[in-house]
Design a protein around this ligand. Structure first.
Ligand code: SAH
Length: 233
C-alpha cells in the first residue's frame, strides 16, 4: 500500500497550474525558498552534488537547487504538479533537473545511497506515515550525506498561527491546507531521524511577520521549522 493520502494529492493537483505564480496559493513557498535554499546550500554545498527533492510539487526548491549547481531529481506522487515542474524546467532552461512520479519508499529500494543530499520540505505533514518517509530519505542518502526536513510543530501556538492565522485570518493559504493532527513536534521528528540512523545537527524556526509580510529564519521552532541531519557513516 502506498504511503500517501489521495485527498492530499488531489488538493495539490487541483492548484498545480498556479504553482509558479508568486501571488497565488503558493506565495509562501516562493517567499521562503531563498531562505531555505541558502540554509541548505550553506550546510551541504550543493554545487556538483546529486540531490533528491522528495515531495517536490511544482519544483520551486528542486529548480533552485539545480541553479546552484546540483544535479537534481524531484519526486512526488501528484501528477499535475510534476507536469508543471517539468514544463517550468523547459521554459526556464534548467537542464540539471529531472522529475519522476515515484514513492520515496520505492526509490529507496531502487537507489539506496544514491544521493549526496535529500530534501523533504513541507511534505511530512501531508503523509499518513511520515516516519516511513524519514526512513526512506535515510536510505536514499549516502553515508555522511545531508538530509533536510521542514514541517509544522504541533501545539496551541502552531494551531493559532498555521491554521487560524494563515488560513482564516490572513488567508495566506487555502482553508483546509493543513490538518492540526498531522503536525509534528520536533521531538517526534528527531526520534524518527535517530531511529533511521540520521544525526540531527541543526534546527531553525521559520517565522512570519504579518506586519512586514516577510519570513525569516530564527531560533524559534514553535510553529514552522526546518532540521538538518547527517547520515551516520
Ligand atoms: N516540497 C515542495 C512542495 C510542498 S507542497 C516545496 O516545499 O516547495 C507538498 C507536496 O507534497 C505536494 O506536491 C504533494 O503532492 C506532495 N505529497 C503529499 N503526499 C505525498 C507523498 N505521500 N509522496 C510524495 N509526495 C507527496
Amino acid at each position: 500500500m502506498l504511503n500517501a493520502d489521495p485527498l492530499e494529492l488531489a488538493k495539490f493537483s487541483e492548484l498545480a497550474h498556479r504553482w509558479w505564480d508568486p501571488d497565488s496559493e503558493f506565495r509562501p513557498l516562493h517567499q521562503i525558498n531563498p531562505l531555505r535554499l541558502d540554509w541548505i546550500d550553506g550546510h551541504a554545498r550543493l554545487a556538483g552534488k546529486r540531490a533528491l527533492d522528495v515531495g517536490c510539487g511544482g519544483g520551486i526548491l528542486s529548480d533552485s537547487m539545480a541553479r546552484r549547481g546540483a544535479s537534481v531529481l524531484g519526486i512526488d506522487l501528484a501528477t499535475k504538479p510534476l507536469r508543471v515542474a517539468q514544463l517550468h524546467a523547459m521554459e526556464a532552461g534548467t537542464t540539471s533537473v529531472e522529475y519522476r512520479e515515484v514513492a520515496a519508499e520505492a526509490l529507496a529500494a531502487e537507489s539506496p545511497a544514491g544521493f549526496d543530499v535529500v530534501t523533504c520540505m513541507e511534505m511530512l505533514e501531508h503523509v499518513p506515515e511520515p516516519a516511513s518517509i524519514v526512513r526512506a530519505c535515510a536510505t536514499l542518502v549516502k553515508p555522511g550525506g545531508w538530509v533536510f526536513f521542514s514541517t509544522i510543530n504541533r501545539n496551541a501556538k502552531a494551531f493559532l498561527m498555521a491554521i487560524v492565522g494563515a488560513e482564516h485570518v490572513l488567508e495566506l493559504l487555502p482553508k483546509g491546507t493543513h490538518e492540526y493532527a498531522r503536525f509534528i513536534r520536533p521531538s517526534e521528528l528527531a526520534q524518527w531521524c535517530r531511529d533511521a540512523g540520521l544525526d540531527l545537527v541543526d534546527a531553525r524556526g521559520l517565522e512570519y511577520n504579518p506586519i512586514t509580510r516577510r519570513y525569516r529564519l530564527s531560533a524559534d521552532t514553535s510553529v514552522n521549522y526546518l532540521v538538518a541531519c547527517r547520515k551516520l557513516p
